[in-house]
Design a protein around this ligand. Structure first.
Ligand SMILES: *Cc1c(COP(=O)(O)O)cnc(C)c1O
Length: 421
């Protein structure tokens, strides 16, 4: 569920007409709903009620400071995957004890920054990384709390580019080697082993892969405890999928996911962490774009819009589907037309949808890409020298620009000319 609905034929973001925002900030832009962000966070928080837990928002999905502050105010922790994200979490006022550091290639500098600023735990992804965390901790005279990310070798049944839990993926250590790696970790004086971490992929639309992974984690918990490790915390990663279309089978709900967590892991008495990103931000955001031209093709029309793959790369990168709707609702019963919806970038990959049936659209009309809140703005680039598009946050009947569009001069002046030119 989200808060982007039609009222009297006009698309609203909560209580604000989307067309009003477009008039104020220009197109294209991202628009997020506070109510949807809050609702999704609470769904997860409530789904784990009865177990000690922390929901750590995976901020790589959408990391604007205003989004982080909205979630942090509800008590969210943050899952970060870089020094930049760690700095963003701190800047948003999230205390170090609520920040989890994941990621397959943490550098010495990033580890140093997190250990100095405070960190809930590192999710360690390899033995060489473990050695570096140990070294930095000893240099700083602290003990680094760690889990080890295990790769349970389960098929997440998702797009290959976002599956992470098979043995051929680069993430974590094979679960079959976990006991050996934990024994090594326990021998390093700069580390304190506190738990186990697992994250098998993104946009999972079934519970079964989670069940398989969590059953393996439960068994490993018992084995590691028998080996003498104190396993008190289980980080279960993120990955629960969202409905990208209104018609397809809905992915499992956070309540069903929470019930599965209790069933597979509840008996262990561990504190549970989860790291949802997409499910919190995905349907909390839209990208609004204006139609520049409608061009006749042989057997279809091309709808050329002012948003492009550099603004929203998911269709080009993952063959992702986004529902695309007009900001002014079409009359009921009007005959649909067949459109290829494309951006202006000089790549055939700059295609948002092929042969999409839509109500007739004319140049100048506004359209909205739904479910664009996660992995949208954060993956944007300035390819084709298109400035990063603004982000807007709506809250009830108010809206605010939370990242403005840079001017062309600002964009150009980030380059510097060497003295020989
Ligand atoms: C990307 C990622 C997440 C979030 O995944 P979603 O599918 O957005 O929920 C959580 N944990 C880790 C380690 C990740 O890399």
């Amino acid at each position: 569920m989200d808060h982007f609905l039609y009222r009297d034929g006009a698309l609203f973001a909560e209580d604000v007409p989307v067309a009003e925002i477009a008039a104020a900030v220009g197109t294209p832009f991202y628009c997020y709903s506070t109510a949807t962000l809050e609702r999704h966070f609470r769904l997860f928080d409530e789904a784990l009620e009865g177990m000690e837990h922390l929901v750590c928002y995976a901020m790589k999905a959408a990391s604007n400071q205003a989004i982080l502050k909205t979630l942090a105010a509800l008590g969210a922790g943050m899952d970060v995957v870089s020094g930049g994200e760690y700095a963003r979490a701190i800047a948003a006022g999230v205390p170090g004890e609520r920040i989890v550091f994941s990621g397959v290639g943490k550098t010495r500098e990033e580890i140093h920054a997190a250990l100095s600023g405070g960190i809930r735990q590192f999710n360690v992804e390899s033995e060489p990384e473990m050695a570096v965390i140990n070294e930095v901790a000893l240099e700083l005279g602290v003990v680094a709390p760690i889990t080890v990310r295990v790769n349970p070798d389960v098929d997440a049944k998702t797009h290959a580019k976002i599956a992470t839990g098979k043995s051929e993926n680069k993430f974590g250590i094979p679960i079959s080697r976990a006991r050996e790696v934990y024994a090594h970790a326990a021998s390093l004086p700069g580390l304190k082993v506190i738990g186990i971490d697992v994250h098998i992929g993104s946009q999972l639309t079934q519970l079964e892969p989670f069940r398989l992974a969590y059953e393996k984690v439960a068994q490993l918990t018992e084995e590691l405890r028998a080996d003498g490790h104190e396993i008190t915390r289980l980080d279960l990663g993120g990955g629960l999928g969202i409905p990208y279309t209104r018609s397809n089978d809905a992915p499992p709900l956070p309540t069903e996911y929470g019930a599965l967590v209790k069933e597979t892991l509840g008996h262990l008495g561990c504190e549970i962490e989860i790291e949802p990103g997409r499910l919190i931000a995905g349907n909390a955001g839209i990208m609004v774009s204006k139609v520049i031209y409608v061009k006749e093709g042989e057997d279809r029309e091309f709808m050329i819009v002012d948003g492009a793959m550099n603004d929203l790369i998911r269709p080009a990168m993952y063959e992702a589907h986004h529902d695309i709707v007009p900001v002014v609702e079409a009359e009921a019963g009007i005959e649909k037309r067949r459109y290829d919806i494309v951006g202006p970038v000089c790549e055939s990959g700059d295609t948002f949808a092929k042969e999409r049936m839509m109500e007739p659209i004319a140049a100048g009309d506004l359209i909205a890409f739904r479910s664009a809140g996660a992995y949208g703005a954060v993956m944007a680039s300035e390819y084709n020298s298109r400035p990063l598009i603004p982000e807007v946050l709506v809250n009830g009947d108010q809206f605010a620009v939370i990242r403005r569009r840079p001017t062309l001069d600002e964009m150009i002046n980030r380059d510097t000319i060497p003295e020989w030119l």
